[in-house]
Design a protein around this ligand. Structure first.
Ligand SMILES: *Cc1c(COP(=O)(O)O)cnc(C)c1O
Length: 424
């Protein structure tokens, strides 16, 4: 059956035909593709169309699709049981590995998604500090927990308003929303409300308003202000963990947050999230402490072995330098193509993640990200898809490279992007 026919059936039985909203391609128009299989840097839809994949399942697949040693580990584990509901050997191995690799983590709790990780980290921070307010930044996404699905008002430091129907105002009001990269706003918010702020949660490199690079001064101010006022600093490294380096953004910037949230790469394509931090903070979690948090499938052995294998491969090959080089070739190539055609753009890139914005101003926060021409992005996306290049179906997301992407993929991709852009 064809993509469009299948999607009609999907829409009958699933809201919008999808299990997660952005997959419906609403931001870019056109009918979504339905995936049949994927391998390495390539993905195929049900019509047999092949795409070079720069979506990489939104970040987890730093080794590309169906990496042989990850698949082998998962298959082998499957024959020994899918879930035990009791502590297994692989949890112990992965917890040790995470504590070794991520500078700020001494103890870690496994959950099944990034959303669960941030939600639980916030509960923990509120319990630890005995305070209720949390600070988040406009344009950062931390999953769909009520307190975090909140957007800013029009002022600089505003109490949140519900970012969706179904979030009570009373809940949203406990979240203070500030502009990303604004050291000034952070200082003002702490001056005013510091005694009641439990934590600041931040993407240390933003990926969910498109890639936005933090000012080092901004990150430093977050550490200083939280310490000064006795609040906790939560790094949401669900994207950046094991993506920027083995120790994540905190290793790259040399800053230790109090709590770190992980997901995506940690599970190597299986459902997995985690939050971790200092011993004294993590000891608040049940059964050691009074903060309840649990999960039937938490620490399940399939996710554990996929995560262990993924991290082992990364440790073995340490691909970060070559991934960054390959990414630079791609972003420079795209920049050249767009420049030649006279299309205004900005490309924000870090390590193996980047975003192409269609604007002629620098993109440093959500306000400036929103200046991008999203109509143009929609046309760009569809022209690329027609050429066999898959990128995230929204302006405000990151493209990812994997170790399965070779120089040849980049050469082919640039040729196809050139053709696509010429057709715009
Ligand atoms: C993807 C993401 C999440 C949510 O993770 P899910 O597994 O989708 O619940 C949280 N924070 C960041 C920074 C993310 O990119």
């Amino acid at each position: 059956m064809r993509n469009a026919e299948l999607f009609e059936i999907a829409r009958r039985y699933m809201p919008g035909g999808v299990s997660s909203p952005v997959r419906a391609f609403k931001a870019v128009g056109g009918s979504p593709i339905v995936i049949e299989r994927a391998k390495g840097s390539r993905i195929w839809d049900v019509e047999g169309n092949e795409y070079i994949d720069f979506l990489c399942s939104w970040g987890p697949l730093i080794l590309g699709h169906a990496h042989p040693s990850v698949v082998e580990a998962v298959c082998e584990q499957a024959t020994k049981g899918l879930s035990y509901g009791l502590t297994n050997l692989h949890e112990i191995t992965l917890s040790q590995k995470v504590a070794q690799l991520v500078p700020s983590i001494e103890k870690v709790r496994f959950v099944s998604s990034g959303t669960e990780a941030t939600m639980s980290a916030i509960r923990l921070a509120r319990a630890y500090t005995k305070r209720k307010y949390i600070v988040k930044f406009d344009g950062c996404y931390h999953g769909h927990y009520d307190s975090l699905l909140v957007s800013g008002g029009s002022g600089v430091a505003t109490f949140g308003i519900p970012g969706t129907e179904g979030v009570p105002e009373k809940m949203a009001e406990l979240t203070i929303v500030l502009p990303y990269n604004s050291t000034q706003a952070v200082k003002e918010a702490f001056e005013k409300y510091g005694q009641d702020i439990a934590c600041v949660i931040v993407e240390p490199v933003a990926g969910n308003m498109g890639v936005v690079i933090p000012d080092y001064e901004f990150l430093k101010a977050l550490s200083e202000e939280t310490r000064k006022y006795g609040a906790l600093l939560i790094y949401d490294e669900v994207i950046t963990g094991f993506r920027l380096s083995l120790g994540g953004a905190q290793e790259v910037f040399g800053i230790k947050p109090d709590i770190t949230c992980l997901g995506k790469i940690l599970g190597g394509g299986m459902p997995l999230g985690a939050y971790g931090g200092r011993q004294d903070i993590m000891s608040m979690i049940a059964p050691e402490g009074p903060v309840y948090q649990a999960g039937t499938l938490s620490g399940n052995p399939l996710s554990m072995v996929a995560g262990i294998k993924t991290l082992e491969e990364l440790e073995k090959s340490n691909p970060y330098h070559s991934l960054e080089n390959l990414t630079r070739k791609l972003t420079e190539g795209i920049g050249e193509i767009l420049r030649e055609k006279g299309i205004p753009h900005r490309i924000n890139a870090v390590a193996s993640m980047f975003t192409v914005f269609f604007t002629d101003g620098d993109v440093t926060d959500f306000q400036t990200a929103k200046k991008s021409d999203t109509q143009m992005f929609g046309r760009f996306f569809r022209a690329l898809l027609d050429q066999g290049i898959l990128i995230p179906p929204s302006q405000f997301e990151a493209w990812f490279l994997s170790t399965a992407h070779a120089q040849e993929d980049i050469d082919i991709a640039l040729e196809k992007i050139n053709k696509a852009v010429s057709s715009l």
